[in-house]
Design a binder for this molecule. Structure first.
Ligand code: ARG
Length: 291
């Protein structure tokens, strides 16, 4: 009888002690209410995935962008953008995008920016934003080796292949008139060059880098290139949706960095055999002796 009471007492005392010990231990832990607070639970949640910038490119323009045997998009432009992304600490994903409509994908937000050997023009600047220029180019004529063409003017009455909506299309449209039936427009530059090989056109006008690359890598086509001083200098830029100043600034900053630290020159040399010609000193001090 008493023994039962004693046992009860001891049990109760034991529970009390256990409770005290537990609560003492508990004081070292943050109170349960704090643990459930959003700030504290955040680290347990999966980190927000980094934004992947979707980069549109018409990958039929070697050596700037093309698809290799395994379907990867490779080229000078691609390496430049990868280097820019590295510097900027952003992730990029290249998506092959037909030239026709490539600028619309920017407007619609399907692409964050474009790299596609895109010439910066006043007209395009109305509807999109360009980074600082990253490449100097001009138009170049491709003809068969036995062709008599030796100047742009010689193309006035000839059948000329161009890629629709390119600056090559623009210059030939100016020479022959926009509606000339002698202008054969193709959805890609390689298609235009194939047509030249097949004899369907007498010449192709496209960016110098692409024509030079094609002539060199397709000896069987028996092409030669013809240059003309009439072609205006062009510059390539990355295109960003109008108003996306934040991305534009990020890209420009990283571009300047890869140009300053030699990364750009290394990529350029890899593709074109030598570093780019240094731009003529833009602001050479006026000679004091000239007056
Ligand atoms: N530079 C020319 C232009 O901007 C041709 C560019 C074509 N690029 C391409 N990836 N197909 O009009």
């Amino acid at each position: 009888m008493t023994s039962l009471t004693t046992r009860r007492f001891l049990q109760t005392a034991g529970l009390l002690i256990a409770g005290l010990v537990l609560s003492a231990c508990g004081k070292q832990e943050p109170p349960a209410t704090t643990a459930a607070a959003p700030e504290a639970s955040a680290p347990a949640a999966a980190p927000a995935p980094a934004k992947v910038y979707v980069v549109g490119t018409d990958a039929a323009y070697a050596p700037f962008e093309s698809e290799n045997e395994t379907g990867s998009i490779v080229g000078f432009d691609i390496d430049v953008v990868k280097a820019i992304a590295d510097k900027a600490g952003i992730e990029v994903k290249f998506v092959n995008t037909p030239w026709e409509g490539i600028f619309n994908t920017l407007q619609q937000g399907d692409r964050d920016f474009l790299v596609s050997a895109i010439t910066i023009t006043e007209e395009r600047k109305q509807s999109m934003e360009f980074t600082d220029p990253y490449f100097d180019a001009r138009q170049l004529i491709a003809v068969k080796q036995n062709s008599k063409v030796d100047a742009f003017d010689d193309l006035k009455k000839l059948k000329v292949g161009v890629q629709t909506g390119t600056t090559g299309d623009e210059v030939v449209s100016k020479l022959q008139g926009k509606n000339s039936t002698n202008i054969k427009r193709f959805e890609s530059t390689p298609l235009a060059l194939k047509e030249l090989e097949a004899g369907g056109v007498d010449a192709v006008v496209a960016d110098n880098g692409v024509v030079t690359n094609y002539v060199a890598n397709n000896p069987g086509a028996k092409f030669k290139s013809v240059t003309d001083e009439a072609f205006q200098p062009e510059q390539y830029g990355l295109a960003v949706k109008k108003g996306n100043t934040e991305l534009l600034n990020t890209l420009n900053k990283a571009l300047a960095e890869i140009q300053a630290d030699g990364t750009y020159d290394r990529i350029y040399t890899q593709y074109f055999g030598a570093p780019p010609a240094k731009p003529a000193a833009a602001e050479a001090p006026a000679s004091a002796a000239s007056k």
